[in-house]
Each structure stands twice: as structure tokens, then as C-alpha cells.
Write a protein that binds this ligand. Structure first.
Ligand code: SF4
Ligand code: SF4
Length: 371
């Protein structure tokens, strides 16, 4: 039986494993056929999935959904997004989305990627995108409104506290929580803003080539199954929306929701050790899993945060690099603090040379300087 959870104040009861559709259309050469899309979406609905998320910006995705699954419209909640800045642009996007999706209503409409102070302020101006969201909701064309967002935790907190949004879509996975855990997720819970998660498999970074996959953690691919169970084990998360492009993936991922059990502590340790042994690089070129297994450091160094700050400095877009500088300043770290005692080394699941990584982190800030 599929597990369903309440998506905050939307009151929608969504399947914990729901459907992210961005992977349907990664570009003309790799675009899925309508037959494959139909097979995946139908199988997902048959297995208890009741929520699909897409976006105006995802190429042909809305149209693919519209052409393939709308004969079952009353069996699922549908969410799409607009990157528009203004009311007029957003209203045009809404009309286009509804036409492409072949439906006359959305269960959830999101302001897409409210990930900088500039975009946040612009959409909340009197002629900004938010006016369109609110109006469409008042008209009943859209049942609920929300926002997707990345990285900028200050904007996230302002948006949640504004009380203007009912749900947020954030990136969260076992190797990268985008620093949501200390403040953003608790604040969302306090304001009863529903949280659903994109990139539960690190944007495909945790999906191995077929020859490397091994069964485990309740699925045919241990890394995928363990990673999904990790995300869904956080009680602040209503559901995850992995991308799925084959019926076998749908069956494996929906199986996690249909046989739901949280990851036990020892399983999480094992999962991290498996991921660490694969030597993967993630979104910002990082190899650190941010697992904290290296702690405590006798010198009081917050190793994962120091490494995280450097990753942010190297990988974040320019308009949010200030988050890296803020974090670096707050950490008050100097590589001289590490006396190379070696205590952390055996505890790291990826076998990192942590003192060297700390020196590299410091060099990142020394070279680029704080902006
Ligand atoms: S080697 Fe450095 S970072 Fe690691 S535990 Fe010792 S002092 Fe801390
Ligand atoms: S350095 Fe190693 S142990 Fe420490 S957080 Fe990163 S992956 Fe985990």
C-alpha cells in the first residue's frame, strides 16, 4: 500500500514517491517518445502515485503529459511552474500551460526557482508574478500556490514567513541538503508550508550505470533505494519527485513508497559507505557527502561545513556566492587549526585526505577573496 502524506496547508494527500517529469525532455535528441511517457505515467498511477510535477520551462514535458495521461486526470494532482517575473507574463504562461497539459485546472502552480533576492522582490511587486498566482487561485483555475527554490536560504526563509505560499519545492538528498535542515525545514513546518523534494537522487548523480548497480535497501539499485528512503525518512518532507524514464524505474521507486520503512541508522551508515566507495562527484564538483562521520574533530573544526563553504564558493552562481562568504566568515576557520592528528581519516566513507581538503578550502577563499 502506498504511503500518503499531507502537503502542508494545501491539504493535498500526496504519495510519498511522486513523479518529477523534467527528464522526459532533456533536449530533442534524448526526448522520450509519447509511448514511453504514457507507459511510465500509467504504471505510476497504477502503483499508487497521485502527484506529478512539471514546468513550462521543461521543454515539451507539459505537452507530453497532456497528450498521454489526461484520460486519467481525476486520479492525480498536477503541478506546473512559471519563470515569469510579471503578472502579464505569468498569466500568458498559465494559459499556455493549461493548453499544453490539456486540462482546465492545476492543483498546484509554482513560481519557478525563486532563488535570488532580485527574483523574490520582483515577483512580489504589485505587477509581479505573485499577483497572477493569487488571482488564478482566487478564480479556482489553480487550487494551490507555491514556489520552487534553490540555495538562497535567506530568500527561502522570507518566502516561507511571508505566509503567501502553501508549498515549496526544494532540492534535498543524502549527499546535499542545500543547508535546509537547520532552519528552512523547521520554519516550513512552523508555517505549515508543505515541502516536496526535487533531486532526491542528486539530479541523477546517484543513479549508477547499469553494470554498477547492486540490489539492496529494498530496491534493485541499493543506492537509489537507500537515497529515496533517506529523503522520505525526514518527517518534514511530504514527498519526493524523482525523475523516471523507464517502467522498471517507476516500479523500483514506487516500490519504496508501497513498502515504506525508514532507513535505520546502520543502513544509513552502510549507504554512505557504498556511495563513498563509488568516488562520485556531485553538482558543484564536490566529493564530500556532508555526512559528518568525520566529527568530532578534537580541534573543533566543523569539517563538512568548511568543505561545503568552499564548494559553494566554487560552484554557486555569482549572485548567491555571498552565501559562501557569509558561511566562511561565520566558521572562522584557519587550516592552522588542524594539527593533522588523523583522527578523522578512518571515519570518512570516501577515504578523503581531510587535512589536504581543508587546506584546499582555505585556498579557494584566499584566491578568490571574499566578495
Ligand atoms: S586531522 Fe585535522 S581535521 Fe582531522 S580530526 Fe585531526 S585536527 Fe581535526
Ligand atoms: S569529509 Fe568525509 S566524513 Fe567528513 S563529511 Fe565529508 S564525506 Fe563525510
Amino acid at each position: 500500500m502506498m504511503e500518503y502524506r499531507r502537503l502542508g496547508k494545501t491539504e493535498l494527500e500526496v504519495s510519498i514517491v511522486s513523479f518529477g517529469t523534467i527528464s522526459f525532455d532533456p533536449g530533442p535528441e534524448k526526448r522520450l517518445s509519447d509511448e514511453t511517457v504514457a507507459a511510465c505515467l500509467n504504471r505510476a498511477l497504477d502503483l499508487g502515485c497521485n502527484f506529478m510535477d512539471t514546468a513550462r520551462a521543461y521543454g515539451e514535458c507539459e505537452a507530453m503529459i497532456g497528450r498521454t495521461i489526461m484520460d486519467r486526470r481525476d486520479e492525480f494532482y498536477l503541478s506546473t511552474k512559471s519563470t515569469a517575473m510579471t503578472y502579464d507574463e505569468a498569466m500568458k504562461d498559465l494559459e499556455t500551460s493549461l493548453e499544453a497539459l490539456q486540462t482546465d485546472y492545476l492543483d498546484l502552480w509554482l513560481a519557478h526557482s525563486v532563488s535570488s533576492g532580485e527574483r523574490w522582490q520582483r515577483i512580489m511587486e504589485p505587477d509581479g508574478e505573485y499577483k497572477a498566482l493569487a488571482e488564478a487561485k482566487a478564480q479556482g483555475v489553480v487550487k494551490h500556490i507555491g514556489a520552487s527554490m534553490h540555495r538562497d536560504v535567506h530568500v527561502m526563509k522570507e518566502l516561507i514567513s511571508s505566509g503567501a505560499f502553501e508549498a515549496i519545492l526544494v532540492a534535498y538528498n543524502v549527499v546535499d541538503g542545500e543547508l535546509l535542515e537547520p532552519e528552512v525545514l523547521p520554519l516550513a513546518a512552523e508555517h505549515d508550508v508543505g515541502v516536496f523534494c526535487m533531486k532526491p537522487l542528486a539530479g541523477g548523480g546517484l543513479v549508477m550505470p547499469e553494470e554498477k548497480r547492486k540490489p539492496g535497501f529494498g530496491g534493485p539499485d541499493a543506492v537509489v533505494a537507500g537515497s529515496l528512503r533517506y529523503v522520505l525518512g525526514n518527517p518534514a518532507v511530504a514527498c519526493a519527485i524523482p525523475g523516471m524514464i523507464a517502467v522498471e524505474q517507476v516500479e523500483a521507486n514506487l516500490g519504496i513508497g508501497n513498502n515504506w520503512v525508514p532507513l535505520r541508522d546502520e543502513e544509513l551508515k552502510e549507504l554512505r559507505s557504498v556511495i563513498g566507495s563509488l568516488g562520485l562527484k556531485f553538482q558543484y564538483g564536490e566529493t564530500c557527502l556532508h555526512c559528518g562521520s568525520c566529527l568530532p574533530c578534537p580541534q573543533g573544526i566543523d569539517i563538512p561545513m568548511v568543505l561545503r563553504a568552499a564548494e559553494m564558493k566554487r560552484g554557486y552562481p555569482d549572485n548567491v556566492k555571498y552565501l559562501a562568504d557569509d558561511l566562511w566568515e561565520w566558521l572562522q576557520f584557519s587550516s592552522e587549526m588542524c594539527d593533522e592528528c588523523g583522527e578523522c581519516l578512518d571515519r570518512c566513507p570516501r577515504g578523503a585526505d581531510i587535512p589536504a581538503a581543508l587546506r584546499e578550502a582555505e585556498a579557494t577563499f584566499a584566491v578568490e577573496g571574499a566578495s
